[in-house]
Design a protein. Structure first.
Length: 128
């Protein structure tokens, strides 16, 4: 079960990178996920958007440049479990929502649920 969760998170990481304009994404011989960031000609390590809040926050900043507001909320989903809700809106209209166990993952899932036409131009400055 744990391997499946990690595999799913890695797939989401790749999908986020592709949506941001990364090209030729692959694993290096050392096991790092690498590719060409949008607008760059040198390989770089793909940020761990799903696990790292600093990397996920780059998505929030990217969305802001497109006029998309991000709202995060820690929500109780039981006596001991806590969930994080990420809601994205544009000019007061809901675009996407995700609820999961961690803020970076919620941000990524909501980002991937935005209709494709809302993010027409790739980001050229989003990489670690």
């Amino acid at each position: 079960m744990m391997k499946t969760i990690e595999d799913n998170q890695e797939l989401i990481r790749i999908q986020v990178a592709e949506r941001l304009g990364w090209r030729s994404i692959e694993y290096s011989r050392d096991g790092y996920l690498i590719g060409y960031p949008a607008g760059r000609k040198l390989f770089a390590v793909v940020p761990s958007y799903v696990r790292d809040i600093k990397a996920a926050w780059m998505l929030v900043e990217y969305l802001a440049t497109h006029g998309i507001r991000t709202r995060l909320e820690a929500a109780g989903s039981g006596e001991t479990k806590r969930a994080v809700v990420a809601e994205l809106d544009y000019q007061g209209k809901a675009l996407a929502r995700a609820e999961t166990i961690a803020a970076p993952l919620a941000i990524c899932q909501a980002f991937l649920r935005i209709p494709g036409d809302r993010l027409a131009s790739p980001c050229t400055k989003l990489h670690a």
